[in-house]
Ligand binder design. Structure first.
Ligand code: DOR
Ligand code: ZN
Length: 349
Protein backbone atom coordinates (compact mmCIF):
# COMPACT_ATOMS: atom_id res chain seq x y z
CA UNK A 1 0.00 0.00 0.00
CA UNK A 2 1.36 3.41 -0.95
CA UNK A 3 1.67 5.54 2.18
CA UNK A 4 3.38 8.60 0.79
CA UNK A 5 3.87 10.21 -2.55
CA UNK A 6 6.19 12.97 -3.77
CA UNK A 7 4.96 15.04 -6.71
CA UNK A 8 6.21 17.99 -8.65
CA UNK A 9 4.26 20.95 -7.30
CA UNK A 10 0.89 20.83 -9.14
CA UNK A 11 -0.94 23.62 -10.98
CA UNK A 12 -4.64 24.39 -11.18
CA UNK A 13 -5.59 25.11 -14.79
CA UNK A 14 -9.13 26.32 -13.98
CA UNK A 15 -9.86 28.32 -10.85
CA UNK A 16 -12.31 30.99 -9.66
CA UNK A 17 -10.84 33.36 -7.09
CA UNK A 18 -13.41 36.21 -7.17
CA UNK A 19 -12.27 39.58 -5.82
CA UNK A 20 -12.01 41.68 -2.65
CA UNK A 21 -12.72 39.95 0.66
CA UNK A 22 -13.62 36.65 -0.99
CA UNK A 23 -10.35 36.61 -2.96
CA UNK A 24 -8.39 37.23 0.23
CA UNK A 25 -10.25 34.41 2.01
CA UNK A 26 -9.91 31.71 -0.66
CA UNK A 27 -6.55 32.43 -2.32
CA UNK A 28 -4.31 31.12 0.52
CA UNK A 29 -5.93 27.67 0.19
CA UNK A 30 -4.87 27.40 -3.43
CA UNK A 31 -1.51 29.09 -2.96
CA UNK A 32 -0.44 26.71 -0.17
CA UNK A 33 -0.29 23.86 -2.68
CA UNK A 34 -0.40 24.96 -6.32
CA UNK A 35 2.42 26.68 -8.16
CA UNK A 36 0.23 28.38 -10.76
CA UNK A 37 -3.43 28.68 -11.64
CA UNK A 38 -5.42 30.01 -14.54
CA UNK A 39 -7.77 32.47 -12.89
CA UNK A 40 -11.18 32.62 -14.50
CA UNK A 41 -12.28 36.06 -15.67
CA UNK A 42 -15.99 35.87 -14.79
CA UNK A 43 -16.01 38.62 -12.20
CA UNK A 44 -19.18 40.66 -11.94
CA UNK A 45 -17.50 43.06 -14.33
CA UNK A 46 -15.79 40.60 -16.68
CA UNK A 47 -12.03 40.70 -17.12
CA UNK A 48 -12.14 41.38 -20.85
CA UNK A 49 -9.17 43.67 -21.46
CA UNK A 50 -5.44 43.72 -20.66
CA UNK A 51 -5.69 46.68 -18.29
CA UNK A 52 -8.40 45.01 -16.23
CA UNK A 53 -6.45 41.74 -16.21
CA UNK A 54 -3.24 43.41 -15.03
CA UNK A 55 -5.13 45.23 -12.28
CA UNK A 56 -6.84 41.99 -11.21
CA UNK A 57 -3.50 40.15 -11.27
CA UNK A 58 -2.05 42.86 -9.01
CA UNK A 59 -4.93 42.43 -6.56
CA UNK A 60 -4.35 38.67 -6.53
CA UNK A 61 -0.62 39.11 -5.92
CA UNK A 62 -1.35 41.58 -3.14
CA UNK A 63 -3.62 39.00 -1.47
CA UNK A 64 -0.91 36.32 -1.38
CA UNK A 65 0.66 35.26 1.90
CA UNK A 66 4.18 36.71 2.35
CA UNK A 67 6.98 35.05 0.35
CA UNK A 68 4.56 32.82 -1.54
CA UNK A 69 5.66 32.13 -5.11
CA UNK A 70 2.20 31.27 -6.49
CA UNK A 71 1.66 32.71 -9.99
CA UNK A 72 -1.77 33.78 -11.24
CA UNK A 73 -2.17 33.27 -15.00
CA UNK A 74 -4.87 35.35 -16.62
CA UNK A 75 -7.56 34.45 -19.15
CA UNK A 76 -9.47 37.00 -21.21
CA UNK A 77 -13.27 36.88 -21.04
CA UNK A 78 -14.50 36.83 -24.64
CA UNK A 79 -17.54 38.94 -25.49
CA UNK A 80 -19.34 39.68 -28.74
CA UNK A 81 -17.15 42.78 -28.96
CA UNK A 82 -13.66 41.40 -28.26
CA UNK A 83 -11.14 43.09 -30.54
CA UNK A 84 -8.69 40.61 -32.12
CA UNK A 85 -5.83 43.13 -32.14
CA UNK A 86 -6.27 43.99 -28.47
CA UNK A 87 -6.51 40.32 -27.53
CA UNK A 88 -3.40 39.43 -29.53
CA UNK A 89 -1.53 42.35 -27.96
CA UNK A 90 -2.50 41.10 -24.49
CA UNK A 91 -1.24 37.64 -25.37
CA UNK A 92 1.95 38.99 -26.87
CA UNK A 93 2.62 41.11 -23.79
CA UNK A 94 2.27 38.05 -21.55
CA UNK A 95 -0.87 39.31 -19.84
CA UNK A 96 -3.22 36.67 -21.23
CA UNK A 97 -2.27 33.01 -21.42
CA UNK A 98 -5.62 32.10 -22.98
CA UNK A 99 -9.14 33.34 -23.67
CA UNK A 100 -12.32 31.96 -22.15
CA UNK A 101 -15.49 31.31 -24.09
CA UNK A 102 -18.62 31.50 -21.98
CA UNK A 103 -21.70 30.97 -24.13
CA UNK A 104 -23.92 33.85 -22.95
CA UNK A 105 -26.05 32.84 -19.92
CA UNK A 106 -24.47 29.37 -19.64
CA UNK A 107 -23.35 29.85 -16.05
CA UNK A 108 -22.40 32.27 -13.23
CA UNK A 109 -21.52 35.77 -14.50
CA UNK A 110 -21.76 34.77 -18.14
CA UNK A 111 -24.27 37.45 -19.16
CA UNK A 112 -21.57 39.23 -21.14
CA UNK A 113 -20.52 36.00 -22.83
CA UNK A 114 -20.67 35.26 -26.54
CA UNK A 115 -24.19 35.17 -27.99
CA UNK A 116 -23.19 33.78 -31.38
CA UNK A 117 -19.83 32.30 -32.37
CA UNK A 118 -20.21 33.86 -35.81
CA UNK A 119 -19.59 37.23 -34.12
CA UNK A 120 -16.14 36.23 -32.90
CA UNK A 121 -14.82 34.44 -35.98
CA UNK A 122 -12.08 37.06 -36.49
CA UNK A 123 -11.04 36.58 -32.87
CA UNK A 124 -10.89 32.80 -33.26
CA UNK A 125 -8.94 33.11 -36.51
CA UNK A 126 -6.41 35.34 -34.78
CA UNK A 127 -6.12 32.97 -31.81
CA UNK A 128 -5.54 30.12 -34.23
CA UNK A 129 -2.78 32.10 -35.94
CA UNK A 130 -0.99 33.06 -32.72
CA UNK A 131 -1.56 29.65 -31.01
CA UNK A 132 -3.49 31.23 -28.13
CA UNK A 133 -5.58 28.55 -26.40
CA UNK A 134 -9.36 28.86 -26.29
CA UNK A 135 -10.85 27.66 -23.01
CA UNK A 136 -14.40 26.52 -23.49
CA UNK A 137 -17.35 26.26 -21.13
CA UNK A 138 -18.90 23.43 -23.11
CA UNK A 139 -22.64 23.60 -22.61
CA UNK A 140 -25.39 24.74 -24.96
CA UNK A 141 -27.71 27.34 -23.52
CA UNK A 142 -30.80 26.22 -25.45
CA UNK A 143 -33.38 25.86 -22.65
CA UNK A 144 -35.15 23.08 -24.55
CA UNK A 145 -32.08 20.85 -24.15
CA UNK A 146 -32.17 18.82 -20.95
CA UNK A 147 -29.60 20.10 -18.43
CA UNK A 148 -27.94 16.68 -18.30
CA UNK A 149 -27.51 16.66 -22.10
CA UNK A 150 -26.11 20.17 -22.57
CA UNK A 151 -22.48 19.12 -22.73
CA UNK A 152 -23.01 16.26 -25.18
CA UNK A 153 -25.17 18.46 -27.41
CA UNK A 154 -22.52 21.21 -27.26
CA UNK A 155 -20.00 18.80 -28.78
CA UNK A 156 -22.20 18.15 -31.81
CA UNK A 157 -23.62 21.61 -32.30
CA UNK A 158 -20.67 23.80 -31.39
CA UNK A 159 -17.34 22.17 -30.62
CA UNK A 160 -17.00 19.74 -33.53
CA UNK A 161 -17.91 22.43 -36.12
CA UNK A 162 -15.58 24.90 -34.38
CA UNK A 163 -12.60 22.56 -34.60
CA UNK A 164 -13.41 21.80 -38.23
CA UNK A 165 -13.62 25.52 -39.07
CA UNK A 166 -10.38 26.39 -37.26
CA UNK A 167 -8.17 23.35 -37.77
CA UNK A 168 -5.21 24.90 -35.98
CA UNK A 169 -7.08 26.32 -33.00
CA UNK A 170 -5.91 24.99 -29.62
CA UNK A 171 -8.83 24.22 -27.33
CA UNK A 172 -9.26 23.18 -23.71
CA UNK A 173 -12.63 21.59 -23.08
CA UNK A 174 -13.05 22.75 -19.49
CA UNK A 175 -14.44 20.66 -16.61
CA UNK A 176 -15.61 17.73 -18.73
CA UNK A 177 -18.42 15.69 -17.18
CA UNK A 178 -19.41 13.06 -19.74
CA UNK A 179 -18.14 9.96 -21.47
CA UNK A 180 -18.94 11.73 -24.73
CA UNK A 181 -16.55 14.56 -23.87
CA UNK A 182 -13.80 12.12 -22.95
CA UNK A 183 -14.24 10.27 -26.25
CA UNK A 184 -14.26 13.54 -28.19
CA UNK A 185 -11.05 14.76 -26.56
CA UNK A 186 -9.38 11.42 -27.22
CA UNK A 187 -10.43 11.49 -30.85
CA UNK A 188 -8.60 14.82 -31.27
CA UNK A 189 -5.79 14.34 -28.80
CA UNK A 190 -3.34 13.03 -31.39
CA UNK A 191 -3.09 16.51 -32.86
CA UNK A 192 -1.97 17.90 -29.50
CA UNK A 193 -4.40 20.78 -29.91
CA UNK A 194 -7.33 19.54 -27.82
CA UNK A 195 -7.18 18.86 -24.11
CA UNK A 196 -9.55 18.80 -21.14
CA UNK A 197 -9.56 19.71 -17.49
CA UNK A 198 -11.23 17.44 -14.96
CA UNK A 199 -12.41 18.64 -11.56
CA UNK A 200 -11.99 16.71 -8.32
CA UNK A 201 -15.70 16.84 -7.58
CA UNK A 202 -16.69 15.32 -10.93
CA UNK A 203 -14.35 12.42 -10.10
CA UNK A 204 -16.06 11.93 -6.74
CA UNK A 205 -19.81 12.57 -7.16
CA UNK A 206 -22.52 11.63 -9.61
CA UNK A 207 -25.95 13.15 -10.16
CA UNK A 208 -27.55 11.00 -7.48
CA UNK A 209 -25.19 12.56 -4.93
CA UNK A 210 -26.99 15.89 -5.45
CA UNK A 211 -30.21 14.32 -4.13
CA UNK A 212 -28.83 11.97 -1.49
CA UNK A 213 -31.26 12.12 1.45
CA UNK A 214 -32.58 15.50 0.26
CA UNK A 215 -31.47 18.28 -2.05
CA UNK A 216 -27.84 19.27 -1.56
CA UNK A 217 -27.22 22.75 -2.86
CA UNK A 218 -23.50 22.53 -2.12
CA UNK A 219 -23.18 19.83 -4.80
CA UNK A 220 -24.80 21.94 -7.49
CA UNK A 221 -22.40 23.18 -10.13
CA UNK A 222 -22.30 23.65 -13.89
CA UNK A 223 -21.84 21.51 -15.81
CA UNK A 224 -23.98 19.49 -13.43
CA UNK A 225 -22.68 16.09 -12.30
CA UNK A 226 -23.91 13.27 -14.55
CA UNK A 227 -24.69 9.53 -14.22
CA UNK A 228 -22.29 7.13 -12.55
CA UNK A 229 -21.11 5.75 -15.89
CA UNK A 230 -19.91 9.23 -16.82
CA UNK A 231 -18.07 9.63 -13.51
CA UNK A 232 -16.35 6.33 -14.20
CA UNK A 233 -15.35 7.55 -17.68
CA UNK A 234 -13.83 10.68 -16.12
CA UNK A 235 -11.90 8.65 -13.55
CA UNK A 236 -10.60 6.39 -16.30
CA UNK A 237 -9.49 9.40 -18.39
CA UNK A 238 -7.91 11.37 -15.56
CA UNK A 239 -6.01 8.35 -14.27
CA UNK A 240 -4.96 7.18 -17.74
CA UNK A 241 -1.81 9.29 -17.74
CA UNK A 242 -2.78 10.56 -21.21
CA UNK A 243 -1.38 14.01 -21.93
CA UNK A 244 -4.76 15.46 -22.95
CA UNK A 245 -6.21 15.32 -19.44
CA UNK A 246 -5.08 17.58 -16.64
CA UNK A 247 -6.07 19.14 -13.35
CA UNK A 248 -8.51 22.06 -13.17
CA UNK A 249 -10.50 22.32 -9.96
CA UNK A 250 -13.15 24.81 -11.09
CA UNK A 251 -13.26 25.68 -7.40
CA UNK A 252 -15.95 28.36 -7.35
CA UNK A 253 -16.75 29.90 -3.97
CA UNK A 254 -20.18 31.35 -3.25
CA UNK A 255 -21.36 32.64 0.11
CA UNK A 256 -23.51 30.09 1.93
CA UNK A 257 -26.43 32.51 1.67
CA UNK A 258 -26.27 32.29 -2.13
CA UNK A 259 -26.16 28.47 -2.05
CA UNK A 260 -28.76 27.66 0.62
CA UNK A 261 -31.64 29.54 -0.92
CA UNK A 262 -34.65 29.06 -3.21
CA UNK A 263 -32.52 29.59 -6.32
CA UNK A 264 -28.95 28.72 -5.44
CA UNK A 265 -25.80 29.58 -7.39
CA UNK A 266 -23.78 26.95 -9.26
CA UNK A 267 -20.30 26.24 -7.97
CA UNK A 268 -18.41 24.04 -5.51
CA UNK A 269 -15.60 25.32 -3.33
CA UNK A 270 -12.98 22.55 -3.45
CA UNK A 271 -9.82 24.61 -3.08
CA UNK A 272 -9.62 24.06 0.70
CA UNK A 273 -8.46 20.47 0.11
CA UNK A 274 -8.09 20.17 -3.65
CA UNK A 275 -5.02 17.97 -3.99
CA UNK A 276 -6.22 15.73 -1.14
CA UNK A 277 -9.53 15.20 -3.00
CA UNK A 278 -7.76 14.28 -6.23
CA UNK A 279 -5.56 11.88 -4.22
CA UNK A 280 -8.73 10.21 -2.88
CA UNK A 281 -10.05 9.71 -6.40
CA UNK A 282 -6.75 8.39 -7.78
CA UNK A 283 -6.28 6.14 -4.74
CA UNK A 284 -9.78 4.68 -5.15
CA UNK A 285 -8.90 3.88 -8.77
CA UNK A 286 -5.58 2.30 -7.70
CA UNK A 287 -3.70 4.81 -9.85
CA UNK A 288 -1.80 7.09 -7.49
CA UNK A 289 1.22 6.47 -9.72
CA UNK A 290 -0.44 8.63 -12.39
CA UNK A 291 -1.43 11.58 -10.19
CA UNK A 292 1.76 13.48 -10.98
CA UNK A 293 1.20 13.35 -14.75
CA UNK A 294 -2.35 14.63 -14.34
CA UNK A 295 -1.66 17.24 -11.66
CA UNK A 296 1.81 18.50 -12.47
CA UNK A 297 3.05 17.53 -15.95
CA UNK A 298 0.29 17.38 -18.58
CA UNK A 299 -0.97 20.92 -18.01
CA UNK A 300 2.38 22.69 -18.38
CA UNK A 301 3.13 20.62 -21.46
CA UNK A 302 -0.10 21.73 -23.14
CA UNK A 303 0.57 25.38 -22.30
CA UNK A 304 4.22 25.20 -23.37
CA UNK A 305 5.51 25.84 -19.83
CA UNK A 306 8.03 24.01 -17.70
CA UNK A 307 6.70 21.88 -14.85
CA UNK A 308 7.31 23.33 -11.41
CA UNK A 309 10.68 22.45 -9.92
CA UNK A 310 9.66 22.13 -6.27
CA UNK A 311 7.99 19.03 -4.87
CA UNK A 312 5.07 18.44 -2.54
CA UNK A 313 4.39 15.38 -0.42
CA UNK A 314 1.13 13.54 0.10
CA UNK A 315 1.00 11.20 3.08
CA UNK A 316 -1.72 8.73 3.95
CA UNK A 317 -3.37 10.12 7.07
CA UNK A 318 -6.43 12.09 8.16
CA UNK A 319 -7.16 15.61 6.91
CA UNK A 320 -10.19 17.33 8.38
CA UNK A 321 -11.97 19.47 5.79
CA UNK A 322 -12.81 22.83 7.41
CA UNK A 323 -16.48 23.42 8.20
CA UNK A 324 -16.30 26.91 6.80
CA UNK A 325 -14.03 29.53 5.30
CA UNK A 326 -15.02 32.98 6.46
CA UNK A 327 -14.15 36.17 4.61
CA UNK A 328 -13.34 39.42 6.39
CA UNK A 329 -16.71 40.85 5.29
CA UNK A 330 -18.50 38.01 7.10
CA UNK A 331 -19.33 35.91 4.03
CA UNK A 332 -19.12 32.21 4.85
CA UNK A 333 -18.21 29.58 2.26
CA UNK A 334 -18.85 25.89 2.84
CA UNK A 335 -16.13 23.70 1.37
CA UNK A 336 -16.91 20.51 -0.51
CA UNK A 337 -16.97 17.64 2.03
CA UNK A 338 -16.95 20.18 4.90
CA UNK A 339 -16.40 18.59 8.29
CA UNK A 340 -15.46 15.20 6.88
CA UNK A 341 -12.10 13.46 7.05
CA UNK A 342 -10.05 12.75 3.94
CA UNK A 343 -7.39 10.06 3.75
CA UNK A 344 -4.47 12.13 2.45
CA UNK A 345 -2.40 14.88 4.01
CA UNK A 346 -0.65 17.59 2.06
CA UNK A 347 2.92 18.48 2.99
CA UNK A 348 4.94 21.29 1.52
CA UNK A 349 8.29 19.52 1.35
O1 DOR B 1 -20.47 25.74 -11.21
C1 DOR B 1 -19.90 26.66 -11.77
N1 DOR B 1 -19.53 27.77 -11.09
N2 DOR B 1 -19.66 26.57 -13.07
C2 DOR B 1 -19.17 27.60 -13.76
O2 DOR B 1 -19.02 27.46 -14.94
C3 DOR B 1 -18.92 28.90 -13.11
C4 DOR B 1 -18.68 28.75 -11.70
C5 DOR B 1 -18.75 30.06 -10.93
O3 DOR B 1 -18.15 31.03 -11.38
O4 DOR B 1 -19.40 30.10 -9.88
ZN1 ZN C 1 -15.25 27.52 -13.98
Amino acid sequence: MITSLVLRRPDDWHLHLRDGAMLRAVLPWTARCFGRAIVMPNLRVPVSGSAEAMAYRDRIRAALPPSCSFQPLMACYLTDHTDPDALAAGHDAGVFIAAKLYPAHATTNSDHGVTDLALIRPVLARMERIAMPLLVHGEVTDPTVDIFDREAVFIDRVLAPLLADFPGLRVVFEHVTTGEAVAFVRAHAGTGRVAATVTAHHLLINRSSIFEGGIRPHLYCLPIAKRERHRLALVEAATSGEAAFFLGTDSAPHPITAKETACGCAGLFTAATAIELYAEAFDAAGRLDRLEAFASLNGPRFYGLEPNVERITLRRGPTLVPEAVTAEDGAVVRPFRAGSTLNWQFGDD
